[in-house]
Design a protein around this ligand. Structure first.
Ligand SMILES: Cc1cc2nc3c(=O)[nH]c(=O)nc-3n(C[C@H](O)[C@H](O)[C@H](O)COP(=O)(O)OP(=O)(O)OC[C@H]3O[C@@H](n4cnc5c(N)ncnc54)[C@H](O)[C@@H]3O)c2cc1C
Length: 479
């Protein structure tokens, strides 16, 4: 590779100010080269920030001409090591942060077209300022980008009612591995004109194309939102509460999160200012959110009725309905701080799994027993989006053990137990975070062989030179 020629072409494509390299010793590239969890620290040939779709296409063409591979990156909040370069110093990191324009809000069509580097919170705020709701919601929303959300088909806390990011997207604009631009920015809700390329791109984690813009669905703002915190005596009781809330609240139930006691204790320990409600006396707590089309009073009455019945039936031992927005935000803040509290406790072995909801309690019993037997003293940080069957079933080192060493020595054995139980219970090894490079080598063991064969053929057809994010999703290394 002629590095000088590659860099000259990249500077020509986006302007010298938007090509950062290690050539300049005063430039620190580590924020782009290190992943959010601190599991990988690569070295980029250059960090390139195009400011338009045409510039993205020019970058890809320059990389194609020189045989250089490209790693797309949005907010770099991904949890499976998919958005950072490897350590070869030969990959270009394409940052989408300058693709941050809101292109169009079509109120009558209930759609919003934004560029890929728009931060999720900006998208939510833009929708809200126009009187609408963009419901995708996750703890990283102040940093993650809509392009990253689409590339990972992010889930979050509202999937129960609104679906994954895939369900919120009507159209895409994509730059291909050859540097062509596909304009699929349709705001159509019906379009049966052959293969649905949008759905191929969504969830492809930057391995099939670079998403540069998207047309998103907007929804009505609810008249009122009500949040409650419920202590539940067991996981089966949490499922009973879920069934009751679904049957009584229907589509109004927009959030149903479960949090195990140890997860809450970590928040209490690392962020004592958050005041975790009554966690000491209960093995699990549930956060319920009701979105109501009528009024605050109606929402409150509905939620109180459900919780009253749940208390009578014994699936809830204690409950608080937030009596103002600050208290509701406080409850959500506790839930959203679990990941950061775990990070503060030290490196841990993360599992983002999904299971048929009915099988979650037996999964937790069996996996918990097997892990306790395999690694005595192991601590399980169990929390997640119970309403859609997604658990973050993370494993923290026993007290007093070095987390780094624990990760190195135990990760393979612990993953084997967890994934074995996931398979036995009909689940998936990745619910919402994706595969990245962390799980690329595990995927073949868990994916249907025909599906895996199709995935390889699709990759080979769209990106025959393995230019885009090599080694992610499918373990094919860069040439
Ligand atoms: C505290 C915390 C909480 C989280 N909670 C959730 C949660 O509830 N639900 C959930 O699903 N995830 C969650 N995540 C994971 C993460 O926020 C999501 O995966 C998010 O969608 C990533 O967006 P990003 O812009 O940061 O993407 P990045 O991390 O930059 O990239 C992620 C992947 O997408 C690719 N990519 C990024 N932009 C593009 C593009 N424009 N075109 C093509 N490929 C691209 C990258 O190459 C990489 O493979 C959480 C993360 C943190 C740190």
């Amino acid at each position: 590779m002629n590095t000088g020629a590659v860099l000259a072409n990249l500077r020509q494509a986006v302007g010298a100010a938007h090509v950062l390299t290690h050539e300049d010793p005063s430039t620190d590239l580590s924020r782009w080269e290190r992943d959010w969890r601190g599991r990988a620290h690569g070295r980029a040939l250059a960090v390139v920030s195009p400011g338009s779709t045409a510039e993205v296409a020019a970058v890809i063409q320059a990389c194609a001409a020189h045989g250089v591979s490209v790693v797309p990156q949005g907010g770099n909040t991904g949890l499976v090591v998919g958005s950072v370069p490897d350590d070869s110093g030969r990959q270009v990191l394409l940052s989408t942060t300058r693709l941050n324009r809101v292109r169009e809000l079509d109120a009558a069509n209930r759609t919003l077209t934004v560029e890929a580097g728009c931060v999720l919170q900006t998208v939510q705020d833009t929708a809200r300022d126009a009187g609408f709701l963009f419901p995708l919601s996750l703890a990283a929303q102040g940093s993650c980008t809509i392009g990253g959300n689409l590339a990972t088909n992010a889930g979050g806390t509202q999937v129960l009612r609104y679906g994954n990011t895939r369900d919120l997207c009507l159209g895409l604009e994509v730059v291909t591995a050859q540097g062509q631009i596909w304009n699929g920015l349709s705001g159509l809700r019906k379009d049966n004109t052959g293969y649905d390329l949008r759905h191929l791109m969504i969830g492809s984690e930057g391995t099939l194309g670079i998403i540069t813009a998207a047309t998103l669905k907007l929804f009505e703002q609810p008249a009122a939102q009500m949040t409650a915190w419920a202590s539940v005596p067991s996981l089966p009781a949490a499922l009973d509460l879920l069934g009751l809330a679904q049957s009584r609240l229907g589509a109004g139930l927009t959030g149903f999160e479960v949090m195990g006691q140890f997860a809450l204790s970590l928040v209490d320990q690392h962020f004592p200012q958050l005041r975790v409600p009554a966690w000491r006396n209960t093995p699990f707590a549930v956060l319920l959110e009701l979105s109501d089309t009528e009024s605050v009073e109606h929402a409150q009455a509905q939620l109180e009725q459900v919780l009253g019945q749940a208390l009578d039936e014994g699936c809830v031992s204690d409950a608080i309905v937030a009596n103002n927005l600050t208290q509701a935000q406080g409850f959500w803040h506790v839930r959203e701080s679990i990941s950061s509290a775990q990070a503060a406790e030290g490196l841990n072995i993360k599992h983002d799994i999904s299971l048929p909801i009915s099988r979650i309690p037996t999964f937790c019993d069996r996996a918990g027993d097997r892990l306790a037997h395999a690694v005595p003293g192991v601590r399980i940080v169990n929390f997640g989006h119970l309403g859609d069957g997604n658990l973050h079933y993370n494993v923290q080192a026993p007290v007093g053990q070095d987390p780094q060493r624990f990760l190195l020595e135990q990760e393979a054995a612990i993953n084997a137990v967890v994934f074995d139980e996931v398979r036995a219970h009909g689940g998936s090894i990745s619910a919402e975070h994706g595969i990245g490079s962390l799980k690329a080598h595990t995927l073949p063991e868990h994916k249907d062989p025909t599906a895996l064969d199709w995935m390889h053929r699709i990759k080979a057809a769209l990106d025959p030179d393995n230019r885009l994010n090599p080694g992610r999703v499918l373990p094919i290394q860069a040439r």
